[in-house]
Design a binder for this molecule. Sequence first.
Ligand SMILES: CC(=O)N[C@@H]1[C@@H](O)[C@H](O)[C@@H](COP(=O)(O)O)O[C@@H]1O
Length: 367
Amino acid sequence: MIIRNGNVFQEDGTYRRMDLYVENGRIVDCGTEVSEKEEIDAAGLKVLPGLVDIHSHGAVGHDFSDADATGLKEILRYEKSQGITSYCPTSMTLPIDMLIRIFASADAVKPDADCARIVGLNMEGPFLDPVKKGAHVEKYIRKPDIDFFRECQKASGGRIRVVTVAPNMEGAETFIRELKDDVVISIGHTDADYDCAASAMKSGAHHVTHLYNAMNDMGHRAPGVVCAAADDPECMVEMIGDGIHIDPAVVRNTFRMFGEERIVLISDSMMAAGMANGFYELGGQKVTVKDRKAVLEDGTIAGSATSLYECMRCVIAMGVPERAAVFAATRNPARSIGIYDEVGSLVPGKKADIVLADEKLNIVKVI
Ligand SMILES: CC(=O)N[C@@H]1[C@@H](O)[C@H](O)[C@@H](COP(=O)(O)O)O[C@@H]1O
């Protein structure tokens, strides 16, 4: 396949008018390497790398935590239609027997060109702090437990790429030191202060789960997880860019504080993404969705009802430079879970995960 004359997003963040050559699902150097001569006229269109959502629970009426491979396939189909080509299904806080079934269910999903590719699994619970449980069920929360994690990792076939840990819980330090080379350890759902978070980062946790949400605010005498993450040059931070979870001024200034390299936009979507307002479920709890806002019965925000692509457009509308927003939805998430050699930018050798969009970033085609 040859994609002609598009404005192709480059690794330096500029757009360059050029042809893109695809052979056997990968980008290649030149036209002579292309056997299938299908051509797409991309004149006037933006050509972006497929997006990488490393934190999403569900969409179109299904949740990864349903442990249902058919439902997961529908989620992946929806995500691909929205420009997300790499995806990490994300679990909620649940008992171990359920988590084992959930992680095993991902294995039953076979790759499909119409669906986003599963590039890892994200284990958000149960090693959280009850004080900052957010929309997770308190009775299933557990202290960080290496054997518990290993059992889940085994059931998943080694596909868990990210695990959230509250660093102020007993056993967190040992957990981080023991597992830091096997999985990305993400600090989150925690009442930790700056010193506790900074110490966890020194031990090897260089990722933060939805910065600002389910943690203490950054105060001028209580800098918290936010400043600890900013002070750790290796730390990547997730942000939910749906326009509901974080005020636009905070989003803009967080991009300034962390720069273009370290922010990972996520959707944190639940099953109402791609659906109408109404009543849904998340981790066994009833959720009401109205005007794209998902809440539990007590008003706690319970994930988002949008896609990563919409989050990317949303933060651009807030005033984040387009190149920074594209990096945060493509390159940075890919780097954060160690798959940037395969996806996340459009250079020869990488998978041909491509979004064609018009000037206003409306999706025209996803490849
Ligand atoms: C799936 C999930 O759990 N997502 C969290 C939720 O738990 C938390 O309640 C909310 C708001 O947190 P905040 O009130 O601290 O900003 O952020 C995210 O939606």
